[in-house]
Design a protein around this ligand. Structure first.
Ligand SMILES: [Zn+2]
Length: 122
């Protein structure tokens, strides 16, 4: 039966959308709880608004800061994540400008000699 198939497909799509909303709501709730907000409230935001709800939870930020974080503004230094250990192990090649392992003596991209550790008399 054609119509029965259509209904089944519709129900499946609806269920998938519902499951996706629950997932997004759970995500928003987790973000909100990390920021000291109500899990249920943020879950509802994510559930009803989808990704926009998650975005809202991210934008409103931590509960102890009532001001909404404006778009495009870097967080204050005390909220910055610790420096990436990868960046601490790398340096910029003076020849091609690419990131090179600090332990490397020659740039793997352009072959230029980079200021690596002092040569060990080889
Ligand atoms: Zn290079």
């Amino acid at each position: 039966m054609e119509s029965t198939t259509d209904t089944t497909v519709l129900i499946l799509i609806w269920l998938a959308a519902l499951a996706l909303n629950v997932l997004i709501g759970y995500w928003a709730g987790k973000v909100g709880r990390r920021n000291g907000r109500s899990f249920g409230l943020c879950f509802c935001l994510g559930f009803f608004l989808g990704l926009i709800g998650v975005l809202i939870v991210y934008v409103i930020g931590p509960a102890y800061d009532s001001r909404p974080a404006p778009y495009g503004v870097a967080p204050p230094p005390d909220q910055c994540p610790p420096p990436d250990p990868y960046q601490q192990r790398t340096m910029v090649c003076g020849q091609c400008g690419k990131l090179v392992e600090r332990s490397a003596r020659f740039c793997p991209y352009c072959g230029a000699r980079v200021a690596g550790p002092a040569p060990r008399g080889q």
